[in-house]
Design a protein. Structure first.
Length: 253
């Protein structure tokens, strides 16, 4: 069996959908792009199998023409995974789920606006909700891709949410982040209409995220880099001055 590590990670991520509250039971699905060198395609969770019963060999391989190889049928929602991989080269892993707060907003066709700076975590100034189309259809893929333009996550009308990333860990953590934002937004709406951050303020946050991302990527690329034991910051502290000064004799006059 090929890609045993990737298959195991997909199962681990699928189990995390349950643990993080992103998905109860077997709703939602997880996939990861297979390296091009091994024949382009992706691995995806099968249809209707409970995550805790999944074995590595149950994960289905699909090529970029949508042909499946495996003992089980792929998730019935494989089509938008395929189309995201086709259109977004940076998508290496995808998490899709029907979590309570993200889905509740999506059932009202609401985008998540710039009520909080972390909205930029999905790559833009807001997190869009795509229009409703039936699951498994090319129309749903088109709607999802439109809402994902310039973003790595979106809500799906009357359905749920989708997030992608450089790897399974990042796709999962982005999905969790979007669900938390959806929850916070609903809490805010209960108290009133929030003042939104301006275009310029969100531009600034995006710029900071990109810079932060560059640094994080550099550290990730340097596999040898590990925190050293007894590590201390290379900072020289100014000579400490007492907060209270004893009054000298002149002061006391
Ligand atoms: Zn779904």
């Amino acid at each position: 069996m090929r890609h045993i590590d990737l298959r195991t990670k997909i199962i681990k991520t699928a189990l995390s959908l349950n643990e993080t509250g992103l998905s109860a039971g077997a709703s939602g699905n997880v996939s990861a792009r297979v390296p091009d060198i091994d024949g382009e395609g992706f691995l995806i969770t099968p249809s209707g199998v409970k995550y805790h019963k999944l074995r590595a060999e149950d994960i289905v391989f699909m090529d970029m023409d949508g042909n499946a190889t495996g003992d089980f049928m792929p998730s019935s929602e494989w089509r938008f995974h395929l189309d995201v991989y086709k259109q977004r080269r940076s998508a290496k892993a995808i998490v899709h789920a029907h979590p309570p707060y993200g889905t509740a907003l999506a059932c009202l066709n609401k985008d998540i606006p710039s009520f909080h700076y972390m909205v930029a975590v999905a790559g833009g100034k807001d997190i869009r909700c795509c229009k409703y189309e039936p699951f498994g259809t090319p129309e749903l893929s088109a709607a999802v891709l439109e809402a994902l333009a310039g973003r790595r996550a979106c809500l799906m009308s009357h359905h749920g949410l989708i997030a992608f990333g450089d790897n399974l860990e990042k796709a999962l953590s982005l999905a969790v982040e979007v669900e938390v934002l959806a929850q916070q937004y609903q809490l805010v709406l209960q108290m009133g209409a929030p003042e939104l951050l301006s275009e310029q303020e969100m531009e600034d946050v995006l710029h900071r995220f990109w810079t932060y991302g560059d640094n994080a990527q550099k550290v990730e690329n340097e596999k040898r880099r590990k925190p050293r034991k007894g590590w201390t910051a290379n900072v020289t502290y100014p000579k400490r001055t007492p907060f209270y000064k004893r009054p000298d004799e002149k002061d006391s006059l």
